[in-house]
Design a protein around this ligand. Structure first.
Ligand SMILES: Nc1ncnc2c1ncn2[C@@H]1O[C@H](COP(=O)(O)OP(=O)(O)OP(=O)(O)O)[C@@H](O)[C@H]1O
Length: 342
């Protein structure tokens, strides 16, 4: 078979097409996210960003098939390319098959490390467990690799620390342990859902730097959920902005941060305090900008553009039909019929 040209884009690790997720029974079902399509290539990070309730976590939990009990994937495809290069639709897999993927091809880290760690097992045992299960290593070899992982995530005295319990670690060190567990089996995809939100600012930066350098070493794709554009700028290559269960803008981080084309993205960026502005605003007694109004409820989703009620540019035609995602002049993709007029 002919080799692909050297500049061909690598096949994506994750490709989601037309994902729609609902909660409740078929009669009472509320649609939480819909028309979600995205892809992430090896070595790249896609950030999902948006206000609370916009659907970031539902999307990411659907990808790893860990939705809450009443959550259902109504339609869509979640194609994951595994270490051997085989592509499987995670929507089609049963629970035993999913368990073979999670912790192996798919690593996960969440906001609160303590909830993902078992308080009665040493951290070494917790890192070694997936290694034994998925890589088939002996107990001793798995523990050796667990110690190497602790060292790789920057925990000094790894051999000794492997014998300690989670409560003996600080918040930042615990998050390093969950990263060691998530990456122990060389996943092709790492899902990180607000992994730095519970940490103080200096520790946040250390964890973001660590994730970036581990990604460079291991080449995995990363799906990163955050509400913080500062974090997006630090960690991501591409960004999808979510609003009321839909992607409303997508592009590279540079495109979206420098030339946002959707009024919601512009509003979110205007809410980000610049250095010095907080004290300036205080002096002038003017509050920092915030987008007026709230994300609509799932029970009462408006017709047409879901952002129209909060948008200063909205016209009657915005409320008629759901806008499609359009490619704009700067290459961003935006769900706004007025992107070229505003
Ligand atoms: N288990 C559930 N049952 C019913 N509705 C849910 C459930 N989980 C989430 N939802 C709804 O789905 C929508 C999207 O929620 P989601 O948690 O994905 O938002 P988010 O953008 O991740 O917000 P946050 O940043 O606060 O986590 C919300 O309207 C939420 O109320």
């Amino acid at each position: 078979m002919a080799a692909p040209p050297a500049d061909a884009a690598p096949e994506p690790t994750l490709r989601v097409d037309g994902l729609k997720v609902g909660f409740g029974g078929s009669q009472t079902r509320l649609i939480a996210v819909e028309d979600i399509s995205l892809h992430i290539s090896p070595g790249r990070t896609l950030a999902l960003v948006g206000e609370s309730g916009s659907g970031k976590s539902v999307t990411s939990l659907a990808v790893i098939r860990l939705l809450a009990a009443r959550g259902r994937i109504v339609s869509g495809r979640i194609a994951l390319r595994d270490k051997a290069g085989a592509v499987r639709d995670l929507v089609e897999l049963d629970e035993p098959a999913l368990e073979a993927v999670r912790g192996n091809d798919l690593g996960m880290i969440f906001q609160e490390p303590m909830t993902s760690l078992n308080p009665v097992l040493t951290v070494g045992e917790q890192i070694a467990e997936p290694i034994r299960i998925h890589m088939g290593l002996s107990r001793r070899a798995a523990m050796q690799r667990a110690i190497e992982m602790l060292d790789r995530v920057g925990i000094p005295g790894a051999a000794e620390r492997a014998r300690q319990y989670p409560h003996e670690f600080s918040g930042g060190m615990r998050q390093r342990v969950t990263i060691a567990i998530a990456l122990a089996c060389d996943p092709v995809l790492l899902l990180a859902d607000e992994p730095t939100t519970a940490l103080d600012v200096t520790v946040q930066m250390q964890i973001l730097n660590l994730l970036r350098s581990l990604q460079q070493q291991q080449g995995m794709a990363m799906l990163f959920v955050t509400h913080n554009f500062g974090v997006v700028a630090e960690i991501a290559h591409d960004v999808s902005v979510m609003y009321a269960g839909q992607i409303v803008e997508h592009g590279t981080v540079r495109q979206v941060l420098k030339t946002p084309r959707h009024p919601y993205t512009r509003g979110l960026l205007a809410c980000v305090p610049q250095l010095g502005t907080a004290s300036e605003h205080k002096k002038q007694a003017t509050p920092l900008f915030s987008i007026p109004g709230m994300v609509p409820s799932l029970r009462d989703m408006p017709r047409g553009c879901r952002f129209a009620a909060r948008c200063v540019h909205a016209e009657a035609r915005c409320r008629e039909a759901t806008p499609a995602l359009e490619t704009t002049d700067t290459g961003n993709i935006a769900r706004c019929i007025r992107w070229n007029e505003i």
